[in-house]
Design a binder for this molecule. Sequence first.
Ligand SMILES: NC(=O)c1ccc[n+]([C@@H]2O[C@H](COP(=O)([O-])OP(=O)(O)OC[C@H]3O[C@@H](n4cnc5c(N)ncnc54)[C@H](O)[C@@H]3O)[C@@H](O)[C@H]2O)c1
Length: 249
Amino acid sequence: MTRILIAGGATGIGAAVALAALETGGTALVADVNAEGLEQLASHAAHLPGQLDTLLVDLATPEAPARVAEAAAAAMGGVDCLFVNAGLMLAARLEDWTPEMWDRSDAINLRLPMFLTQAVLPLLRASDNASVVYTSSTGALRGHAGMPAYHATKSGILGLVRALADELGPEGIRVNALLPGWIDTPFNNGFWDHQDDAAATRAKIEAGIPMRRHGAANEVAGTVLYLASPAARYVTGTQLVVDGGYTAV
Ligand SMILES: NC(=O)c1ccc[n+]([C@@H]2O[C@H](COP(=O)([O-])OP(=O)(O)OC[C@H]3O[C@@H](n4cnc5c(N)ncnc54)[C@H](O)[C@@H]3O)[C@@H](O)[C@H]2O)c1
């Protein structure tokens, strides 16, 4: 039975991973700032075999990692997989970017994975199948105008994965990145709002995806469960792209 700590999972990919883990009898703690989303997730989880706990917390704050680690120890008695999934995508013209916008992006997209891993490390060390999965993005491999901090931080996660895979590999703790492509969740609302013609942009993007559509959050969840499972026992320091072929062409 896997104990998974999900940082950012009230909706979208994180919620799909929580539900998929619970379906297999796993235990999940979902930490998120969206109280209504957490309540909805809990009601969806009520009939599943696994145990769900939730923690209402703003993960962008410097004190969040210690609080989340403490809650995970209390709720699950340990952590086998740390899934750091919360993200922030701000869009603005280059002239309008401020250092505050940049720091806000960094706090959730890059600082959180680093310091939450540090805080959870004692719990991971006690697991016999410990792994860390960070949600990066195909945005680490490609760029779009208006979102320099998003692309820079999601690329930064790939460097963090390599460094921590090297540091923690000798202890048997694996560290990997998930790179979703275009997935239908509330996350991209900021991107669509930034477009002059959102419908036309969406049609153009989907025409360039071999699967010719967006993915669903539950089509990403299995990849995270795979990375957390003993089947991936020799998989570390790498990136798994789940994008319907978007970056293949
Ligand atoms: N949807 C896509 O097309 C797509 C593509 C590539 C990467 N991603 C990445 O996937 C991850 C999950 O996004 P999603 O698509 O499931 O969107 P989502 O908005 O449904 O999920 C993000 C979750 O993180 C939570 N969160 C954000 N900031 C937080 C904070 N400060 N404190 C606590 N919780 C916070 C949100 O409340 C939400 O539950 C993000 O890191 C995003 O960059 C998404």
